[in-house]
Design a protein around this ligand. Sequence first.
Ligand code: SF4
Ligand code: SF4
Length: 446
Amino acid sequence: MAFPEAFTRRTFGHGVHAPEHKDLTRERPIRRFAFAPRLTVPLSQHIGKPAVPCVRPGQEVGRGEPIALADGFLSVPIHAPVTGVVEAIRLMPSARGPKTGAIVIKTYAADDQQVLYGAPRTIENLAPAELIQAIQDIGLAGQGGAAFPTHAKLAAAREHHVETLIVNGCECEPYQTTDHRLMLEWVDDLIAGIHFALAASGARRAIIGVEDNKPDAIDVLRRRLAADASIAVTAVRTKYPQGSAELLIKVLLKREVPAGGRSYDVGAVVQNIATLVMLGRLLPPGQGLIERVVTITGEGVKQPGNYLVPFGTPLGFVLEQVGFVGDMSRVILGGPMMGTAVSSLDVPVTKATTAIVVLPVQPATASAPRMYPCIRCGRCVAACPMHLNPSQLGLLAAKREYRAMQERFHLDACFECGSCTYVCPAHIPLVQYLRIAKALNREQAA
Ligand code: SF4
Ligand code: SF4
């Protein structure tokens, strides 16, 4: 007798099972968010060189119009998320802390906010280089949070003759349900986007990996793709951080990306669900990426949901619209495992914003969890999906032996998933230590 599929589903070694908290939003269909009176659109919403403004203060801009141009191949243009007038081009706070250049647009409240710009194309007629250029022109950057320019990733995949496009539908971070809703609601765009990505990268097949806590999405995709031999759907076991590119490749292809290597080295290119949905949606009309679906959630939000939010919308405006509960105000951009707490509510939603999670603030009388010395329990070692020794790395970080961390304990293999911090009974902020060590090593090497 064959085992039921659920028992044979693949997964990786180690990792953690964190409470999901996805029930707050998983049943909430995607809804359009209101336009803020003023949008602050950063010039750097992607990895690579920031875009260069091509508008000036006082100029009127139409929704979808290019307002900043790509500066080289590893860069993407920025388009106006709203019809209005450019008020200023100035430095503004960013999610990572340092101020960055941004274009401030005052919204025309009475405008119907239709998208006014586009360069429609028949995709099938484009040569690979034209297709890559068309993808760069729409300003697409990875929607999974890393914001790597999509055209550059697909061009590198073609150069390395990859055979498989891995579509990352795991969405393993607690609270997040954006990709889940997209797989249910915008499935036509997703399938179109997968075919465009196959054509651009030269890969001959795609595998969509979906965690088995989304059975409805697996079902919808399998039904829709029953007659499409080039795209397979594989359910994988629910475990954090299954959505990391390296682990997903390992699970789906049984191939290991070498330390310091890229997915191309093992014949694969990985794209997130939301990226491919936007590719399928925007490429045929040649429209710029001006908004994205964001999960806005947490026990501190009155109306949690999945919202289509224009880039540049300040977090303060977002929270005003969805409502705070009491004085809960610990705001995290991204999920609670890999996201970052924000220090200013002026920070805007960008191409990299997967989620906004508002967690309860500890009452002033409650003390923050106290940190104890390492008791060598080994839980962090058992949790690390990269088979590192986070405890040892943490001890070296405390002694500022950053080089030894890199040279002898493979610090660079850490992708900052936070599993070690999550399980540590001594409340040692291991991932923060490792993040700092990596940044300092990078700075020294530059
Ligand atoms: S050491 Fe890095 S990769 Fe390993 S669990 Fe900690 S954060 Fe994740
Ligand atoms: S989980 Fe924490 S206490 Fe246990 S070995 Fe790792 S660092 Fe030490």
